[in-house]
Design a protein around this ligand. Structure first.
Ligand code: NAP
Length: 535
């Protein structure tokens, strides 16, 4: 890591709860797209109305279609009305007017150098008019093929300022996927680093913006009672489940090239696994936290290609029923090849080969068109000895389980045995519940709000570093290669609306275990829980 990169990776001073970042201009490439109106602008608006936006900040949308500033602002207002938690109609009129006055549109073509020259002139003019340093955040809300070319054009236009930490600064935010295998991820990293220093690049995995994910570190390292038992001596195994109720939702052509391993496991699941398995970082700096995450990924036992064929369950959803309505199978979805062998479900066993986790399997499963939207990590502790209350071999006590629920109904649930009141020694498992909603009386902030604000402060702790991306691909590449062409070109199927194929149950049952039921905590999704996409 160069001295310049180290500067970016330094520990930032603790941020006051109401701190506001320096003035900046957020330039969104792909501003007429879905991500911008669904997630980004609602998040920026929410930050603005909560007072986190600096007074002199602006948003410049960059896309191909002709549009005026006012037309862009109107499209963004409609996005906020549809997707934001707070609607513009609920706000004092001048709030929206003040926000809309900071929205601009720049028509341009991603490959065209002259459009970047005119962008530069425009940005410089805006900063000068506002009397602020020209700090820029470039957000690439585009297809990944454009990441390299846009970074290159920004560099040519002199907009990257790759050696400056102090103001004015430039930062780049990109969305997953970060490559589709190790080679393409390395190439992308090389491309980006030829334009920006690594410390200027903020790779978003929006899961890390979720309050319940950040809380994993607090739960583990701000309490004294969990860390001593967080190891192979007490933990039998860990399960990570990410289930989606939705299918491919109009993203058929994209998803068919990706599949669950690339779309969910490489990023979201590897991040959850790292947070659960990592050692305590030296401090909360981005370098220390990410160093520990990388070590976990580097400790994952390689799954040889031949094992991937046999030990990794991949499957596709067939037609079935979702929320009482019939839904088509994956191969019937628009944009999906009729004979597609892309997996919409995957389950496998990972091993973290270090002293803490030796012999503790981590079972991972994720899929589309499963019965409910759920992301949770369950830590299954070893059973009590077969003596005393557990002496009957026919009636073993279920072991203690700690569930970290990421979504929906974020919370932590601990299952333990209790004596049932009465004359007999009846023992039953009960659950102690901590729910964010009940504890704090309000839902946690949106992930994009937190991440955009962190990027504006230059805090990259919750973003993915280049070596994390590469370590995750290094682990997954042989699995993906080993699986392609597996089983003579056939994939097992599961009816939409079920918990995946029988093979996934066989996988965990072969070790004498069962998948955790999805009913820890509140048994049903909260009222109004959106059937949202997780990307
Ligand atoms: N949608 C989500 O909620 C979401 C969530 C997480 C991640 N993502 C990822 O974010 C990325 C963007 O997704 P999206 O759904 O917003 O895409 P999208 O709806 O297809 O929008 C693409 C945008 O790129 C612009 N564009 C395309 N080619 C261009 C060119 N050659 N020059 C200039 N502008 C060009 C389009 O402008 P014109 O239409 O004006 O041509 C449009 O603004 C994808 O990689 C996606 O996987 C999306």
């Amino acid at each position: 890591m160069s001295a310049d990169e180290r500067k970016y990776d330094e520990k930032l001073p603790p941020r006051r709860r109401d701190a506001v970042p320096e003035p900046f201009i957020l330039v969104i490439f792909g501003a007429s797209g879905d991500l911008t109106r669904r997630k980004l602008i609602p998040a920026v608006y929410s930050l603005f109305r909560q007072g986190f936006g600096p007074e002199k900040f602006s948003v410049v949308g960059f896309a191909r279609r002709p549009q005026t500033d006012a037309g862009f602002a109107e499209a963004m207002r409609r996005g906020i009305e549809t997707f934001a938690r707070a609607k513009t109609a609920d706000e004092p009129k001048d709030l929206w007017a003040r926000f809309a006055a900071r929205l601009f549109y720049h028509r341009g073509e991603f490959h065209e150098p002259k459009d970047y020259q005119s962008l530069r002139e425009r940005l410089e003019g805006m900063a000068k008019k506002d009397g602020v340093p020209g700090n820029y955040i470039f957000y690439l809300a585009t297809q990944p093929d454009f990441f390299g070319p846009i970074a290159e054009r920004l560099r040519e236009a002199g907009l990257t300022r790759s050696n400056a930490q102090g103001s004015p600064w430039s930062r780049l935010i990109i969305e997953k996927p970060f490559g589709h295998d190790l080679a393409s991820a390395r190439e992308l990293n090389r491309f980006l680093q030829s334009a920006f220093a690594e410390g200027q690049v903020f790779r978003i995995d929006h899961y890390l913006g979720k309050e319940a994910v950040q809380n994993i570190l607090v739960f583990r390292f701000a309490n004294s009672i969990f860390e001593p038992i967080w190891n192979q001596k007490y933990v039998d195994h860990v399960q990570i489940t990410m289930s989606e109720e939705i299918g491919v939702e109009g993203r058929g052509p994209y998803y068919d090239k990706m599949g669950a391993l690339r779309d969910m496991v490489q990023n979201h699941m590897m991040n959850l696994l790292s947070f659960v398995a990592m050692e305590s970082p030296m401090d909360v700096s981005s370098r220390a936290v990410r160093d520990e995450k990388v070590k976990v990924l580097q400790s994952l036992r390689a799954i040889p290609r031949v094992c991937a064929v046999n030990g990794v369950v991949r499957a596709q959803y067939a037609a079935g029923t979702c929320r009482g309505k019939p839904v088509p199978g994956y191969r019937q979805e628009p944009g999906v090849a009729p004979g597609s062998l892309t997996e919409t479900f995957v389950a496998f066993k990972a091993n973290v080969d270090n002293w803490r986790w030796a012999g503790v399997p981590f079972y991972l499963r994720t899929g589309k068109r499963l019965p409910r939207r759920l992301t949770q990590i369950s830590v299954h502790f070893k059973p009590v000895p077969q003596i005393l209350f557990n002496a009957d071999p026919e009636k073993q006590l279920p072991p203690n389980t700690l569930t970290l629920r990421i979504q929906p109904d974020e919370g932590i649930f601990l299952r333990f045995q209790q004596k049932v009141p009465g004359m007999a020694m009846d023992i039953q498992p009960f659950e102690m519940q901590f729910g964010y909603g009940a504890a704090f009386g309000k839902p946690p902030p949106e992930a994009y709000e937190r991440l955009l604000l962190d990027a504006a402060f230059g805090d990259s702790t919750l973003f993915i570093r280049n070596d994390e991306v590469e370590a995750a691909w290094e682990y997954l590449d042989p699995i993906i290669e080993g699986c392609s062409g597996a089983r003579g070109g056939q994939l097992p199927t599961y009816p939409a609306g079920t918990w995946g194929p029988k093979e996934a149950d066989d996988l965990i049952r072969a070790d004498g275990r069962e998948w955790a039921a999805a009913d820890a905590g509140p048994s049903q999704p909260s009222a109004g829980e959106p059937e949202g996409a997780d990307y």
